[in-house]
Design a protein around this ligand. Structure first.
Ligand code: ATP
Ligand code: MG
Length: 561
């Protein structure tokens, strides 16, 4: 499904969760409170799919005068780290959201969850099972075939309490046994076939240190945490729909302080993009990219470094209808277009020549230096900048052709004229080549009185080119980025997703930029005229060395591929 929405269509009209919250408020459910939460697992950096969930949870809370918690779902200590926790906090803030109070952690509820595990055991609703993980899987059966009860299912409460205590005390090795809920081995919902509640993991936890060697399963933690925090609308993605019956079973069978309700919505999938943290981690670990914040990564920090603004990402998230029935498969061109729309209005214009070719305007004196004025933006009030115009200038080599042809009639050619953007019209006379046949210099003359007006003789130039002064221009490192994958569904087929990497997703060139860019600060964005949108690199750009990342071209060049 490719989703297209007109600009005037309100995103809220296509968000079924709004209607549910409105109805709840009308009925004064939860005493008129709205509390949502965003619950990332700190096992990687946030990506565009998370941005969608963040936008949804925070904007719903905001709209209805409520709040949104940030809760780290840290029940899997091996894969988690403080680095990821810090990165997630920074990314949520950068996206423009503030969570309620302090960030919450699943691990801060471990004592309570342990008490609740004991509660289920004492009620005869949980047991310690000594089947191995493989046996547990085997006993579980299939969707069409009921499971077999574990031989440990009917242990007495006393025996279960003693065995669970041994698990907690570290008497058993990992995988030897687990605590399971006693629900229904014949349930058509596989989640209810005596799911695991606690498993043994002899690893230190980034928050609780060595206090525990048993950790609750995500399913046993999630709903109860929502209840403890008083979350009113627990919003998650559709793949957890079948788990809802289990969450509700826990809520019904435990003395929880509240009864949260879960609602599921469709995941955001983007073509040409991988959004599984596991796969993104592989790209980082295998040095396919420079890190989680490589500008080609679909991570929040990668998009930030690429020059996407938080506003544009939020606008993109809001433009996709929220579905309760299916996932949202969206063309990445829609994200790119949201980025262009945003940058078009906010990015000052500048000129930067990627592949410089010297043009000598022979009728100007050697020391000619005229300060021309150009607006920073064609429509917005951003003031003017000075552009030095000198005898020797640089244009892009691709804008010059040795011979005139109809196909290239807008190019600069001997005997033909071209308009220098924000400056005069010049006419090419001849050119020089090196031993390899490469054009090294074009000699031209100035067409007089053509600053902002057409030539008096009526011979109007066909094209306009960007340029910089050869001696006043400043060298800049330009990192040209493009889509990381050249296949629309890199992780769909049988092949390794890495076989679909775009070999041309990164290139570095040394360009020459107009001197006004020396004032650029890290993360300032620009439109380099005729080239695209660029951002001063967040880390590597400084007063000594200009480094710009290409954010996106002026037009979608992928749609015709
Ligand atoms: P991944 O598949 O990248 O590991 P995850 O769902 O396991 O993602 P979590 O850290 O558990 O990662 O995600 C936190 C929240 O973000 C969850 O509520 C999840 O539903 C939501 N989320 C993750 N990916 C998407 C997506 N593509 N679209 C919408 N929401 C998402
Ligand atoms: Mg998850």
């Amino acid at each position: 499904m490719r989703i297209c929405m007109s600009q005037s269509e309100s995103p809220s009209s296509t968000n079924f969760l709004r209607a549910i919250i409105q109805q709840d408020l009308a009925e004064n459910k939860n005493d008129g409170r709205v509390l949502t939460r965003f619950p990332p697992e700190p096992n990687g950096y946030l990506h565009i799919g998370h941005a969608r969930s963040i936008w949804l949870n925070f904007s719903l809370a905001e709209e209805f005068g409520g709040q949104c918690n940030l809760r780290f779902d840290d029940t899997n200590p091996e894969k988690e780290s403080q680095e990821f926790i810090e990165a997630i906090k920074e990314d949520v803030r950068w996206l423009g959201y503030q969570w309620a109070g302090e960030p919450k952690f699943a691990s801060s509820y471990f004592d309570q969850l342990y008490e609740w595990a004991l509660h289920l055991i004492k009620d005869g609703k949980a047991y310690v099972c000594h089947l191995t993980p493989d046996q547990v899987r085997e006993y579980r059966g299939w969707a069409t075939e009921p499971g077999k009860p574990s031989p440990y299912r009917d242990r007495s409460v006393e025996e279960n309490l003693a065995e669970f205590e041994k698990m907690r005390a570290g008497d058993y090795d990992e995988g030897v046994c687990s605590l399971r809920a006693k629900i229904d081995m014949a349930s058509p919902n596989m989640n209810l076939r005596d799911p695991m509640l606690y498993r043994i993991r002899k690893v230190s936890h980034h928050q609780t240190g060595d206090k525990w060697c048993i950790y609750p399963m995500y399913d046993f933690a999630h709903g109860q945490e929502d209840a403890l925090e008083g979350v009113t609308h627990s919003i998650c993605t559709l793949e957890f729909q079948a788990n809802r019956a289990l969450y509700d079973w826990f809520i019904e069978n435990l003395p929880v302080p509240a009864r949260p309700r879960q609602y599921e919505f469709g995941r955001l999938n983007l073509n040409y993009t991988v959004t599984s943290k596991r796969k993104l981690k592989q790209l980082v670990d295998d040095n396919v990219v420079s890190g989680w914040d490589d500008p080609r990564m679909p991570t929040v920090s990668g998009m930030r470094r690429r020059g996407f603004s938080a506003r544009a990402i939020r606008n993109f998230c809001a433009s996709i209808p929220v579905s309760g029935k299916g996932n949202s498969d969206v063309d990445v061109a829609q994200l790119e277009s949201a980025i262009r729309d945003d940058l078009n209005t906010v990015a000052p214009r500048a000129m930067c020549v990627m592949n410089p070719l010297k043009v000598v305007i022979s009728d100007l004196p050697a020391d000619h230096c005229e300060l021309l004025q150009a607006p920073y933006h064609p429509d917005q009030e951003m003031g003017m900048r000075d552009i030095p115009f000198t005898r020797e200038i640089l244009i892009d080599a691709a804008d010059f052709k040795e011979e005139y042809s109809k196909k290239f009639k807008k190019k600069f050619t001997p005997g033909k004229r071209i308009r220098l953007r924000n400056a005069y019209v010049i006419e090419a006379q001849d050119y020089e080549k090196d031993a390899e046949g490469k054009v090294t210099q074009v000699n031209a003359v100035l067409v007089p009185n053509t600053l902002g007006v057409d030539p008096e003789d009526g011979d109007k130039p066909k094209g306009v080119v960007h340029w910089v002064s050869a001696d006043k221009g400043v060298k800049a490192e330009i990192r040209l980025y493009d889509r990381l994958f050249s296949h629309p569904n890199p992780d769909a087929g049988d092949e390794d997703f890495k076989s679909h990497l775009n070999p041309n997703s990164f290139e570095v060139v040394t360009a020459v930029a107009e001197p006004s860019l020396v004032a650029a600060k890290p993360e300032d964005c620009f439109q380099f005229e005729r080239e695209g949108y660029f951002v001063a690199d967040r880390y590597d750009h400084n007063e000594q060395k200009m480094v710009f990342n290409k954010t996106i071209g002026l037009r979608d060049t992928w749609s015709n591929k």
